[in-house]
Design a protein around this ligand. Structure first.
Ligand SMILES: Cc1cc2nc3c(=O)[nH]c(=O)nc-3n(C[C@H](O)[C@H](O)[C@H](O)COP(=O)(O)OP(=O)(O)OC[C@H]3O[C@@H](n4cnc5c(N)ncnc54)[C@H](O)[C@@H]3O)c2cc1C
Ligand code: SF4
Ligand code: SF4
Length: 415
């Protein structure tokens, strides 16, 4: 007999594990501090580890907010296009600060909004994700309170992040000093935080603004390591690593301890490597566009004659989606304060420049159906118009997605 028995497993976390539904947001660790913590598991994803039995209220909290288990959204009178979700305003734009525009993944609009939130006194600090000083291809959650820190964190990092795991520390700070935070996270992180805000007014008071970005999925650390190998180097010889940014889209760049840089294009790093390492939850994600956030940014790619996005290096332009009244007001303020330049955007062009988002939304109904048939747990989605998105697909493509998911789910290794 072992000396100690493992703790009774949380039913919610057990369901998540059975379906490989974890997105790695860290909300469960925030709801059960000291009992659930985030840990890295092979091939390099962040997952919860439970070390003690949960109370009924902890269990209920996780069941209510975990984005692996489900997500809901209500349009509440806003325009609600099938593929893109509720919004108030959709424009293109970029940071007026040239350094921030350069450092940002696209036009640095998201980071410039953060800078505006600080200078306008809307919040005192920002909870966001930056490079992990101990793992150049990994991420760490940071609290930024000036432009220099926001600029350091600018750019997309295609690696796991759990920005909600430290929430109890931020809540303690808010309770002691009244400090308020803007939050930047993946759409699933934003959904979990919005659900936490609905359950607890103190969380809503501490996090008055939620920002996110379009998200095609989180690759494991194995993806980052494969980029290093393709560049002819490895972690031991890497002092710093950027996935992109410093230009638009910017190159995946590894810097060694002597300052020597090796890099590859975004087309090669994302298209040929990282996209092959994306976790299962992301393949059945109904919300890659951040429906729970106040403001969401994305790449406002140009498209070629055939309608496909062009990844040639250019001055960065972000797509900016103000989803809530608050988001629209903050965007108008940043524009009036001269921090962001914006221009019109025709939503009819969005499906062409975001083919990954478009295809995943349309394929989702078929994929979920196949998983349900094999008794695999799937997230419960409400208000995300999954059937309507599937109707935009030809029947043959829905059947292909259904059969592909079914085949993968029936493989012995998928059990
Ligand atoms: C995993 C991932 C998938 C993406 N998929 C798409 C996509 O399908 N389509 C698309 O148009 N855009 C996608 N993006 C977003 C895109 O790359 C840009 O972030 C977006 O265009 C906004 O650009 P910006 O210059 O305005 O943002 P920036 O000013 O560069 O700000 C980016 C912000 O994102 C935060 N951040 C970066 N990486 C992470 C992370 N892993 N977890 C949490 N926060 C992070 C940073 O802290 C910073 O606050 C993705 C980004 C990521 C990280
Ligand atoms: S998705 Fe978030 S809340 Fe759900 S199990 Fe994973 S880390 Fe925890
Ligand atoms: S694809 Fe969806 S589930 Fe995956 S990290 Fe992005 S928002 Fe979260």
């Amino acid at each position: 007999m072992p000396d100690t028995l493992p703790p009774a497993q949380s039913a919610a976390l057990a369901r998540v594990a059975r379906g490989s539904l974890c997105a790695g947001c860290g909300a469960c660790a925030a709801l059960a501090p000291g009992k659930v913590s985030m840990t890295t598991v092979a091939p390099g994803y962040l997952r919860p580890e439970q070390s003690a039995p949960l109370s009924d209220s902890e269990e209920a909290g996780i069941a209510a907010v975990c984005p692996g288990l489900g997500q809901s959204v209500a349009a509440q009178g806003r325009p609600d296009p099938v593929l893109w979700g509720p919004y108030r305003e959709m424009v293109t734009g970029w940071a007026r600060d040239p350094a921030l525009r350069f450092a940002g993944a696209s036009g640095g609009a998201l980071s410039m909004m953060l800078a505006h939130l600080l200078t306008s006194g809307t919040v005192e600090a920002v909870v966001q994700v930056a490079a992990d000083p101990d793992l150049p291809i990994g991420n760490a959650t940071v609290v930024s309170s000036d432009l220099a820190a926001i600029t350091r964190a600018a750019g997309s990092r295609y690696a796991p992040s759990a920005p909600l795991a430290d929430l109890p520390a931020r809540m303690a700070e808010h309770a002691a000093t009244g400090r308020r935070f803007a939050f930047v996270g993946k759409p699933c992180d934003a959904a979990a935080l919005r659900a936490l805000c609905r359950r607890d007014p103190a969380v809503a008071a501490a996090f008055p603004v939620i920002l996110s970005f379009f998200c095609a999925g989180v690759p494991s650390h194995a993806g980052g390591a494969q980029i290093l190998a393709a560049l002819g180097t490895d972690l031991d010889h890497t002092a710093a690593f950027r996935f992109r940014g410093n230009g638009w889209p910017g190159r995946a760049t590894a810097t060694d301890r002597t300052g020597h840089e090796r890099s590859m294009s975004y087309h090669d790093s994302w298209g040929r490597i990282l996209s092959k390492h994306v976790q299962h939850r992301c393949k059945i994600c109904a919300d890659g566009t951040g429906v729970a956030a106040d403001i969401v940014c994305a790449d406002a790619w140009e498209s070629d004659a055939a309608g496909y996005p062009v990844f040639a290096e250019a001055e960065g332009v972000s797509l900016i989606v103000a989803r809530t009244e608050l988001g629209a007001r903050l965007l108008a303020e940043a524009r009036a304060a001269g921090q962001i330049t914006t221009g019109p955007f025709d939503i009819a062009t969005l499906a062409a420049i975001q083919p990954g988002q478009r295809e995943r939304r349309r394929a989702l109904f078929a994929r979920l159906l196949a998983l349900r048939l094999t008794a695999r747990p799937v997230p419960r989605y409400r208000g995300l118009q999954i059937a309507a998105a599937a109707r935009q697909n030809p029947l043959a493509r829905n059947v292909k997605n259904f059969l592909g998911t079914l085949r993968r789910a029936l493989r012995p290794s998928a059990r």
